[in-house]
Design a protein around this ligand. Structure first.
Ligand code: BJ8
Length: 425
């Protein structure tokens, strides 16, 4: 990596802490990803992206800012990237997946807060995230109670925190609320960027994001093959990169890897022997560098073939229909698309379990591992009914609750191994 010290300094990063974080990450990446066998050649692009995740990509974002483009960060897949692109902005996902700065975070938050929220504070208080420090606007969405209340404390810490309200039910009223909020968000984007959204710019934004999603749909479908052509770890990494890479380049790279995987499938080649136990992961999103549970699964004689998660199919499986001639008409299509997202903050939320079942079937999974972050009430609450419903459909299910620490790794591994054994029997 080139020397980006000046850029990081200009962004206000704490260079010492940032260096420490990068060196831990670099080592973890080499141990977890580069050590895998039979990786597709196409993963080289994603290895490169990760090696430059705080370097080249940040430079591109800084350069985009210098050209007058607005940078918009978000913590949730309910923030439409299409709208950000329609003002020629740069959208970046900010969710953090590392146990960093938790002590400082706990001076502002209750200890029994989920790791994702603590990490968001830890990265800010520790000044180690160049994505967050590059943002002109950060969107805080009122989804779960944890995030909703945390944004009240987060607001004064960031340049411009824009709060987006969110519905909690899939009702007509809920849909209207979402539409009104997206409408207000358009006004915010227009004032922050100084650019007006036009039907042409919105159509272009929709096309770019749809292409990205289509590439992910293609990738996820290829994972139905046995032997699995790509590991769950690598597929998860691609889903994580989805949130911060240049969209067109990302799409191109995913399609290239899909071309390669199609050949693998044709030749019955894969990352694990045919007949290896196949699992789907379902639950909370796994942000970079949260790789703990997938690593434990894939080192326990199993392969992950799908993720029912916002860093996974929950954020990519629906496209936005391109219809209408006005911004308002196109916004209707955007609302229709996002209103499908079956996050556990909705009540009731029956389509989610339906989708897990559908994924298990189409991906020929032998079981489902339900993953919840500790203190995440929406997903923990849903985990028991999801397990019950899946077991009723003869899909073996294991419920895990964990955090970002490595402390429970041994215990989790024992449970995962026992689950894999149970499936085999
Ligand atoms: S659409 S899943 S990205 S809200 S883990 S902070 S839910 S207490 S992340 Fe999410 Fe949007 Fe839903 Fe997806 Fe709260 Fe749970 Fe923490 Fe969570």
């Amino acid at each position: 990596m080139a020397d980006y010290t000046q850029m990081w300094q200009d962004l206000g990063l704490d260079l010492k802490s940032h260096d420490a974080l990068l060196s831990v990450l670099g080592k973890a990446y080499a141990d977890i990803f580069l050590a895998q066998k039979n990786r597709p050649e196409g993963m080289k692009y994603f290895d490169f992206v990760m090696s430059e995740v705080h370097g080249l990509r940040i430079k591109e974002i800084v350069d985009a800012k210098a050209q007058g483009r607005v940078v918009v960060g978000s913590y949730c897949v309910f923030v439409p990237e299409e709208l950000v692109l329609a003002v020629d902005g740069v959208a970046v996902g900010l969710c953090a997946g590392a146990e960093f700065g938790f002590e400082a975070a706990e001076t502002l938050l209750p200890r029994n807060t989920c790791s994702l929220i603590k990490s968001m504070f830890g990265f800010k208080l520790g000044r180690v995230c160049p994505y967050l420090e590059s943002c002109d606007v950060v969107v805080g969405e009122n989804t779960c109670d944890g995030k909703k209340k945390a944004y009240e404390i987060f607001g004064p810490l960031v340049r411009d925190l824009y709060i987006m309200d969110m519905p909690q039910t899939k009702s007509e009223m809920g849909k209207k609320l979402l539409r009104d909020e997206y409408k207000k968000f358009i006004a915010k984007l227009e004032s922050a960027s100084g650019k007006k959204i036009t039907p042409a710019s919105l159509k272009k934004g929709i096309e770019i994001v749809n292409a990205k999603r289509k590439a992910m749909i293609r990738l996820n479908a290829l994972r139905a093959a046995d032997p699995a052509p790509i590991s769950g770890l690598d597929a998860l990494l691609i889903s994580q990169v989805f949130f911060h890479d240049d969209p067109a380049r990302f799409t191109d790279s995913v399609n290239k890897i899909c071309d390669e995987l199609e050949v693998r499938v044709k030749n019955h080649a894969g990352v694990a022997p045919k007949g290896t136990t196949r699992v789907v992961i379902s639950g909370c999103p796994m942000a970079v560098p949260n790789w703990k549970v997938p690593l434990l699964i894939e080192t326990s004689n199993a392969v992950i073939v799908g993720e029912e998660s916002c860093v996974g199919e929950r954020s990519t499986r629906w496209l936005t229909e391109i219809k209408g001639n006005t911004v308002d008409e196109m916004l209707d299509a955007i609302v229709d698309r996002y209103f499908n997202v079956d996050c556990a903050v909705f009540t009731p939320n029956p389509s989610r379990v339906g989708h897990v079942k559908e994924m298990a079937k189409k991906l020929h999974a032998n079981g489902v591992i339900h993953y919840s972050l500790q203190f995440c009430q929406p997903y923990i609450m849903e985990s028991a009914p999801v397990e019950k419903e899946l077991e009723k459909s003869k899909i073996p299910t294991l419920r895990l609750e964990t955090d970002y620490s490595g402390e429970d790794a041994g215990q989790l591994k024992t449970r995962i191994e026992a689950f894999v054994e149970r499936i085999k029997k």
